[in-house]
Design a protein around this ligand. Structure first.
Ligand code: G6P
Ligand code: MG
Length: 211
């Protein structure tokens, strides 16, 4: 029933969500801001500067744009260091099988991550060749929950949004998929991803025929 499946990367295909969490936690601590898993849930799927703004909103002082850029760069340097040893062993269970199942069913396969590290991560995981189109986050004006990134993927794949299944672990990502007019498959907790059409625990439960 679909013509394309568009996947998020962090937290869906590989557990980089953990590394983003660790890098933001250290950055927050350095600025005297409390940071925990619950707050991190709001940052999933949110782009780098947007995430930084949410963290600094509870900082004791204001920041200049230059200071913000320096903090974002330092978070990213830490993140890049954390992911530097990634390999195909870091693929989440069922990820490759899910990508291959979509292709075998004749569907286009896209990637819609707002991470500017997405191309590097795909290379380290050894799966760059499994996508018909990967959105370049540097060319996206509005991050999730705006639908822009999923709409861009659909149009580059030559498929109408109504014929797309989007796969996401983040609340903001599911919102992006739904406002793009696509069906949303959530990865994670159904109570958190309440806006998703279906929720599964991980891609090891992915069954294309069910959605
Ligand atoms: C993904 C992650 C976010 C991250 C964002 C930007 O959406 O879920 O946690 O902030 O990408 O990543 P980047 O690698 O560009 O800092
Ligand atoms: Mg994600």
């Amino acid at each position: 029933r679909y013509k394309a499946v568009i996947f998020d990367l962090d937290g869906v295909i590989t557990d980089t969500a953990r590394y983003h969490y660790l890098a933001w936690k250290r950055l927050a601590a350095s600025q005297g801001v409390h940071f925990d898993e619950a707050f991190n849930e709001h940052l999933k799927g949110i782009d780098r500067m947007g995430s930084l703004d949410l963290i600094l909103a509870s900082a004791p002082r204001a920041y200049t744009p230059e200071e913000k850029l320096a903090l974002a760069d330092s978070k990213n340097a830490h993140y890049v260091e954390l992911i530097s040893t990634m390999s195909p062993a870091d693929l989440l269970p069922g990820a490759v099988e899910a990508l291959d199942a979509c292709r075998a069913a004749g569907l286009k396969v896209g990637l819609a991550s707002v991470s500017k590290n997405a191309f590097a991560v795909l290379d380290m995981l050894g799966i760059a060749g499994k996508f018909d189109y990967v959105v370049d986050a540097a060319r996206i004006a509005r991050g999730k929950p705006d639908p822009e990134i999923f709409l861009k993927a659909a149009s580059e794949l030559g498929v109408s949004p109504a014929d797309c299944l989007g796969v996401e672990d983040a609340v903001a990502g599911v919102a992006s998929i739904k406002s793009a007019g696509m069906t949303a498959l959530g990865i994670g907790d159904p109570a958190v991803l309440a806006q998703a059409d279906r929720v599964i625990a991980g891609l090891d439960h992915f069954a294309l025929a069910d959605y």
